[in-house]
Design a protein around this ligand. Structure first.
Ligand code: DHB
Length: 391
């Protein structure tokens, strides 16, 4: 029975390959639809992830579980309606076995119903609002969650004498997650928090920074999505806050490795908690950074790149584990509990939540020679998303 079913499946797979016009190749293709913001304000996220996915395939080859992985890259410009339409087309027309990418929370959320309906794995390589993995049983995440990165910041701040904090976050899922997870933990410890949110599109930090400069809190906690940190830092300097003794803290998105070097000395001394620094001290990371920079001269990999690199590895290893069976349910089962040493450190896909368990590092932004880096000086090992861990 099992054998007959297998024979039938192989035969049908051959028929599908023939109708797609790829019958000339002996090897069956498994398609991955990679949807990223390649243009618009969040293009840096798209570029980083695309480069990392390409690097993974260049290093490990495209054949996994006897199948050839083929990546179809599409630009959603950071627009959720576009992501939804592209995901639908990739499923219906291109017959992709996996959807991947998702540079922003609204883009991941817009695709979740399609993944559920088509029973296709949706690998979230970037978006980081905690609730995303609950939007579909077919979502698996290789990035991080904002509460995972932000709660450790509350512990660090309180135990380092910080008592009064202003928070400024981008006003959507991940920003609200960062603000509430930090504020709840910090207030529970005894601290006070005042909070402001700024819009995702064309944020103006100036009025808020004016208030901060008058109130002089001990620290300013900031979350802005990857790629936006430089804009924030510019206004921070323009208000003279770099000289006013207000400590800059937060999850690591604001000191994103992709743009950190362009920020200048203002970033020096910022304390952030995050899952990846290009200066993470391990052989695996040294090799990753070296290969990434060789393939992309002048670009340093950031935490988005590592989410893309591990996301592609997750797909490849799942296909290997199923012996090339690309049915969605089998791939998801294979992904649950997957574990390896990433450039960021040891990671595991939590089988209960499909979210990632990883180290969170406390880092200080420092000058190394003439370059700025986030230097890790403490490790909180194997952190689960705290929102789901409490449920
Ligand atoms: C999200 C986007 C980012 O660029 C980031 O750094 C964190 C979270 C998001 O939209 O989920």
């Amino acid at each position: 029975m099992t054998i007959r079913r297998t024979v039938l499946k192989v035969f049908m797979a051959g028929a599908v390959a023939a109708t797609l016009g790829s019958g000339a190749q002996a090897q069956e293709v498994v398609k991955v639809g990679l949807i990223l913001p390649m243009t618009g304000p969040f293009a840096s996220t798209g570029r980083q992830i695309e480069a990392a996915v390409k690097l993974f395939l260049a290093q490990s080859g495209t054949t996994h579980g006897g199948k050839r992985l083929e990546v179809i890259l599409k630009d959603d410009t950071g627009n959720a309606d576009a992501t939804r339409r592209i995901a639908q087309e990739l499923v219906v027309n291109d017959k992709v076995a996996v959807l991947a990418g998702f540079g922003l929370t609204p883009l991941a959320m817009a695709t979740a119903p399609i993944a559920t309906q088509a029973k296709i794995p949706q690998i979230v390589m970037a978006a980081a609002t905690a609730s995303i993995t609950e939007a579909s049983p077919f979502i698996v995440r290789t990035s991080f969650t904002l509460p995972q990165a932000s709660e450790p910041m509350a512990d660090w701040a309180w135990s380092n004498g910080i008592k009064r904090v202003f928070t400024v976050v981008t006003d959507y899922g991940p920003g609200i997650d960062a603000e509430t997870s930090f504020a709840n933990k910090f207030k529970a410890a005894g601290g006070t928090v005042e909070s402001v949110r700024v819009p995702l599109r064309n944020p103006d930090f100036a009025p808020f920074l004016q208030r901060v400069s008058e109130a002089k809190p001990d620290a300013l906690f900031v979350f802005v999505p990857s790629g936006i940190g430089a804009q924030f830092m510019k206004q921070f300097v323009e208000r003279g806050l770099d000289k006013a003794g207000v400590k800059l803290i937060g999850p690591g998105d604001v000191v994103d490795d992709d743009i950190l070097n362009g920020m200048g000395d203002v970033a020096v001394g910022a304390i952030t908690t995050h899952h990846y620094s290009a200066k993470h001290d391990s052989a695996a990371n040294l090799a990753f950074v070296k290969a990434f920079e060789a393939a992309n001269p002048g670009v340093r990999p950031n935490f988005m790149a590592v989410g893309g690199y591990d996301g592609m590895r997750l797909i490849a290893e799942a296909l290997k584990a199923t012996n090339g069976d690309a049915s969605g349910e089998k791939l998801i089962t294979a992904m649950k509990g997957a574990s390896w040493e990433s450039p960021r450190g040891p990671i595991t896909i939590d089988p209960a939540t499909r979210d990632i368990i990883q180290n969170i590092y406390v880092r200080r932004t420092e000058k190394v020679g003439s370059d700025l880096f986030n230097i890790e000086f403490a490790t909180i090992p194997q952190v689960k998303d705290p929102v789901k861990a409490r449920k």
